[in-house]
Design a protein around this ligand. Structure first.
Ligand code: MEV
Length: 413
C-alpha cells in the first residue's frame, strides 16, 4: 500500500486513498466528512446535562508496521505535531524493519476492601475462597460466554490509620472489552458472601487502573544507517536524563501518552484509565520512564516499552459512538490484545520521535510550522494557497503571533 506524501494531500484525497486501500467504505467517508456522525440524541444518552457536541480532529498515521502487519492508526488529538511526530517515528521504524510487540492475557484486577476485620479474617477468606469464587463466577457469565471469566483471587492485608483492612484482588479475564463494568459488577455481586465469610464489612468495590496483569510490550531496533549516529546518541542521552531526573521523566512519559491517548480516544477507549495505569506503573518503586533505550553491538538504537493497557475493541462507548467504531475499523485489530500492541508501538514511536528532535534540532521549528497554519486560518486565510503564503511569510519573519498573521494576510490582499 502506497501512503507516500499522504500528509501533503487535501482531506478529500486522503480519504480517497483510504477508500482505495479498502480501509473505509463510501459511507464511512461521508461519516467522516459531514462531521455530524455523533447525533445529538445519541450524545444526550451518553452522559448527563448534554447541551452540544465537541469536535476534535480525527487523523490517521498509515504505514505502522507491528509484527509484520501494516496498520493505519487513527488518532484524535488537539495538539499540533503529535501526529506528524508519530508518523515520523513509525516511518523510521518501518525502514528499520518495524516494531515487534506482545501482550499479556486480558486480566483485569478488581479490589474489594474489607474493614472491621478480626485477626483470623484472612485465613477465613482463604478457607472460603472456593465459595467466593463460585459466587463471583455467577456474575462473570457475560464474559464467560466469550471465553473469559474469573481467573483468581488474592488476599492482602494493609495497616492503615483506621486499622487493619483486607484487600481482596479479583482477577478477571475480560477478553476484548476494557472490562470496568464487568469487574465492578462481579465485585458488587460477591460482596455479601465476602462479608459472611470474613466477618468484616465490605466498603469499596472497584477495579484498579493499575492493570499490571494486562501489559503490552513493543520493541524496535532503529538502524544506525537509517536514523544516523547523531540521533542514536541524542536519544540515548535524552533517555538517560529521564531515567535520572524526575522533572524530565514526567515530560518524557507525557510524550508517550500523547500517542497512546490519541489512539485510545480515536478507538472509543477510556484514555484516563490508560493514563492512570501508565503513570502508576511508572511509579512502582520510583517514578521512571515507560520506555528504555540502549545501543546494540552494531551501534543501532534499541527502544522498548512496557505499559499496562486496559483497552477494548468492543463494549462501552465503542458500541455507541460511530466514529469510534470507524476508528476501530480503520485500525483493524483483531481483539484487545492486538490493539494494545499497536498502542504500545505508537507510544514508543512518539517517544523516539520526541527524543530524536529534542536531542538534535529541537522541536520548535516543526511545532511552529503547524502552529503557523492555525494562526493563518485565524487571521482569515481560507484556501491552501493563502494559508501556505501566510505560513511562509511568518516563517521568514519568525514571529508566530495572530497579529503578525493578520498583518501578513491583510498585506497580501
Ligand atoms: C509535548 O506534548 C511532548 C514532548 O514534550 C515530549 C517530550 O519532551 O519528550 C515533546
Amino acid at each position: 500500500m502506497d501512503f507516500s506524501g499522504f500528509y501533503k494531500l487535501p482531506v478529500e484525497d486522503r480519504l480517497k486513498r483510504l477508500r482505495e486501500a479498502g480501509r473505509i467504505s463510501g459511507e464511512d467517508e461521508k461519516l467522516l466528512l459531514d462531521g455530524d456522525a455523533l447525533k445529538m440524541d445519541v450524545a444526550d444518552r451518553m452522559v448527563e446535562n448534554v447541551v452540544g457536541r465537541f469536535h476534535l480532529p480525527f487523523s490517521v498515521v498509515p504505514g505502522v508496521v507491528v509484527n509484520g502487519k501494516e496498520y493505519v492508526v487513527p488518532m484524535v488529538i488537539e495538539e499540533p505535531s503529535v501526529v506528524a511526530a508519530c508518523a515520523n517515528g513509525c516511518k523510521l521504524a518501518r525502514e528499520s524493519g518495524g516494531f515487534t510487540a506482545d501482550a499479556d492475557e486480558p486480566i483485569m484486577i478488581g479490589e474489594m476492601q474489607v474493614v472491621g476485620v478480626g485477626k483470623e479474617a484472612k485465613e477465613k477468606v482463604l478457607e472460603g475462597k472456593e465459595r467466593i469464587m463460585e459466587k463471583a463466577k455467577e456474575y462473570a457469565a457475560g464474559v464467560e460466554r466469550y471465553g473469559g471469566g474469573m481467573r483468581g483471587l488474592e488476599v492482602r492485608e494493609i495497616q492503615t490509620a483506621r486499622g487493619e483492612m483486607l484487600i481482596l484482588m479479583f482477577e478477571v479475564d475480560v477478553r476484548d472489552i476494557m472490562g470496568a463494568n464487568t469487574v465492578n459488577t462481579i465485585l458488587e455481586g460477591a460482596a455479601p458472601i465476602v462479608e459472611e465469610v470474613s466477618g468484616g464489612k465490605v466498603r469499596l468495590k472497584i477495579l484498579t487502573n493499575l492493570a499490571v496483569k494486562r501489559k503490552a510490550r513493543a520493541r524496535c531496533v532503529w538502524k544506525r544507517e537509517v536514523v544516523g549516529g547523531e540521533v542514536v546518541e541524542g536519544v540515548l542521552d535524552g533517555y538517560e536524563m529521564a531515567a535520572h531526573d524526575i522533572y524530565r521523566c514526567a515530560t518524557h512519559n507525557k510524550g508517550i501518552m500523547n500517542g497512546m491517548d490519541a489512539v485510545a480516544l480515536a478507538t472509543g477507549n477510556d484514555w484516563r484509565a490508560v493514563e492512570a495505569g501508565a503513570h502508576s506503573y511508572a511509579a512502582i518503586g520510583s517514578y521512571k520512564p515507560l520506555t528504555r533505550y540502549y545501543a546494540d553491538e552494531g551501534g543501532n538504537l534499541v527502544g522498548e516499552i512496557e505499559v499496562p493497557l486496559a483497552v477494548g475493541t468492543v463494549g462501552g462507548a465503542i458500541n455507541i459512538n460511530p466514529v469510534a467504531q470507524l476508528g476501530q475499523k480503520i485500525l483493524g485489530a483483531e481483539g484487545a490484545g492486538e490493539l494494545s500492541m499497536v498502542m504500545a508501538a505508537v507510544g514508543l514511536a512518539q517517544n523516539f520521535a520526541a527524543l530524536r528532535a529534542l536531542g538534535t534540532t529541537g522541536i520548535q521549528a516543526g511545532h511552529m510550522k503547524l502552529h503557523a497554519r492555525n494562526l493563518a486560518v485565524i487571521a482569515g486565510a481560507h484556501t491552501p494557497k493563502e494559508i501556505d503564503m501566510v505560513v511562509r511569510k511568518m516563517d521568514e519573519s519568525r514571529v508566530y503571533t495572530v497579529e503578525n498573521a493578520r498583518k501578513i494576510f491583510e498585506g497580501m490582499r
